[in-house]
Every structure is written in structure tokens, then in C-alpha cells.
Design a protein around this ligand. Structure first.
Ligand SMILES: NC(=O)c1ccc[n+]([C@@H]2O[C@H](COP(=O)([O-])OP(=O)(O)OC[C@H]3O[C@@H](n4cnc5c(N)ncnc54)[C@H](OP(=O)(O)O)[C@@H]3O)[C@@H](O)[C@H]2O)c1
Length: 266
């Protein structure tokens, strides 16, 4: 069979850039969504020698027209689209009341509605192909809300909620999978700047038990999902995701809140 055609959003840096490179090395034809013509050119220059099968494509996922045109361009060139990876996202981290209504609308528009815009564009093509995979990069915060992540969490809860219903609505051969990582290892090895000291920095035991998840592991999981005949609706990734989800599920509610109070010194 011909190489699979993949569209990934948010490829200018971070996880998206790494996924574009790893999937291209794995034999996929990659359309790497990048926001703004200038970044499209920069990335295409970076990729032109080593990653000939990555095509950078200009897309702002808050723009209906961009989403429509991007999918149309891929279909007119490749005649198919096999995989959509909704990776683009923003994180607003801090006390919820410190953000404006506009901030809240913006994070929902990017993290949840942005993914929905593209899902709506690709599903008709996947339906006629009778195959397709939609992979959303959500988060541990998409099922557990932690202090300072209120806005981010509600955007990821929204995407999770949408996709868990969609899983059972999609046509034959088409599947949606939410990949929910905990903290992802950055290229520099440094943690993202947060308004609080992360729990793993406060307690050495947590740092040892919960190493950050690598981009490589996420890429391997995505390739497994693409190759799986019936992939699951949700996959947690990283020890912080597993341990926190286990505690959240099995601790009595009161004990869970006490634990959070202890960690965040409330
Ligand atoms: N980092 C973590 O620890 C972590 C943990 C769990 C889940 N996640 C999720 O994993 C995904 C990638 O995270 P990351 O850390 O790699 O993020 P990142 O480094 O901040 O990169 C985000 C990407 O999304 C793009 N983007 C933002 N708004 C966009 C828009 N309106 N239209 C198109 N693209 C847009 C950015 O483009 P510009 O450069 O042009 O802004 C950038 O390429 C996100 O969905 C995030 O929520 C991250």
C-alpha cells in the first residue's frame, strides 16, 4: 500500500515539529501545519534536505477558511487523507480569575474548536475512503483539573468530551483516539515556566517516580494507533498520567482534595 498521508497541526516547534520529523522518517507523507507564511518558509528550509516528505502548510486553526483550504489542498494533491493529528494548542497557566473572558474564549477556540474545525473537514473524506484516524493530543489535564490549570483543563476536557462521543459516531473504518500525556520532556530538558513549583520539583520521590514522557514515546504510540485496526478511544501516557489518574479514581474525594491541598499548600 502507498504511504499514508498525515496532517499534523502546530508543527513550528515542540511536539508537533518532532512528530512531523519522526513520522516522515517512519515513511509517512507529512503535511505539517504551521501558522504564518514566514514560519512556513523557515520550516520548509529546515526540512528540505533531510525530510523531503514533509510539506509545511500555512494554517491557523482558528480560521474556518484555512482549515477548509488546507484539507482541500491535501486532497487535490494526494487524493486522500489518512490521519489527522490535532496537536496545535496553547497553555494558559495561572489562577483562573487572573485571565480575561477573551483569554478563555481564545483557549477554547484553539484547543477545542480548532480541532473540531479540522475534524469536520476530514471526516467526509475518511468516510468515502472507509478508513481514517483522528488523533487528538489532549492531556492528563483533560480528565483531571489541577490548580492553575483551570482554563487549560476546561479546553482539554471539551476536546475529550467531544471525541469520546465521536468515537461511537464515526463511520466504518474511521477512529478517533485521544492521547493524554502528562508533562512532556522539552528539547532543552528544562521544565516550562509555571506560576507554582511543580509537585515533581517539590518532592524528590515524585521526580523519580514520574519522569516526563518523551516525544519519541508519543510518536511510537501514534504509529501504533495508526496501525491498529481498532484503536482505543483514549490512551494515557507517562507515569504522572498513570499515577495521578489512579489516585484520582480510587482515593475518596475528600482524601484527594486534602492531597491537593497538601501539595499546593492551600
Ligand atoms: N508540553 C507539555 O508538557 C504537554 C503536556 C500534555 C499535553 N500537551 C499538548 O501537546 C500539544 C503540543 O504541546 P507543545 O508543548 O509542543 O506546545 P508548544 O511548544 O507551545 O507548540 C504549540 C504549537 O501549536 C501552534 N499553535 C498555537 N495556536 C495555533 C493556531 N491558532 N493555529 C495553528 N497552530 C497554532 C504553535 O504555533 P505558533 O508557534 O505559531 O504559536 C506551535 O506550533 C498541545 O496540544 C499541548 O496542549 C503538552
Amino acid at each position: 500500500m502507498k504511504e499514508k498521508v498525515v496532517l499534523i497541526t502546530g508543527c513550528s516547534r515542540g511536539l508537533g515539529k518532532s512528530l512531523a520529523e519522526k513520522l516522515s522518517s517512519g515513511g509517512f507523507i507529512v503535511y505539517a501545519g504551521v501558522k504564518g507564511e514566514e514560519d512556513v518558509k523557515t520550516l520548509q528550509n529546515i526540512w528540505k534536505d533531510s525530510f523531503k516528505d514533509i510539506h509545511s502548510i500555512n494554517i491557523d486553526i482558528t480560521n474556518d477558511d484555512d482549515c477548509k483550504k488546507t484539507v482541500q489542498k491535501i486532497i487535490s494533491k494526494e487524493k486522500r487523507i489518512d490521519v489527522l493529528i490535532n496537536n496545535a494548542g496553547i497553555a494558559l497557566v495561572g489562577p483562573s480569575e487572573s485571565f480575561s473572558v477573551k483569554d478563555y474564549q481564545s483557549i477554547l477556540n484553539i484547543n477545542a474548536v480548532g480541532a473540531f474545525r479540522l475534524i469536520k473537514e476530514v471526516v467526509p473524506h475518511m468516510r468515502s475512503q472507509e478508513s481514517g484516524r483522528i488523533i487528538n493530543i489532549t492531556s492528563l489535564n483533560g480528565s483531571i483539573s489541577l490548580p492553575n490549570f483551570g482554563l487549560y483543563s476546561s479546553s482539554k476536557f471539551a476536546l475529550e468530551g467531544l471525541s469520546l462521543a465521536l468515537y461511537h459516531e464515526l463511520p466504518k473504518g474511521v477512529f478517533v483516539t485521544n492521547i493524554a500525556p502528562g508533562a512532556i520532556e522539552s528539547d532543552s530538558g528544562e521544565s516550562k515556566k509555571l506560576p507554582h513549583v511543580p509537585a515533581r520539583e517539590k518532592f524528590l520521590i515524585l521526580k523519580l517516580l514520574m519522569p516526563m514522557v518523551s516525544k519519541d514515546k508519543i510518536a511510537r504510540t501514534i504509529i501504533d494507533v495508526i496501525n491498529d485496526r481498532k484503536p482505543p478511544a483514549r490512551i494515557l501516557l507517562g507515569n504522572d498520567s498513570y499515577i495521578t489518574s489512579f489516585l484520582y479514581r480510587f482515593l475518596p474525594r475528600r482524601v484527594w482534595e486534602l492531597l491537593l491541598g497538601f501539595i499546593y499548600h492551600r
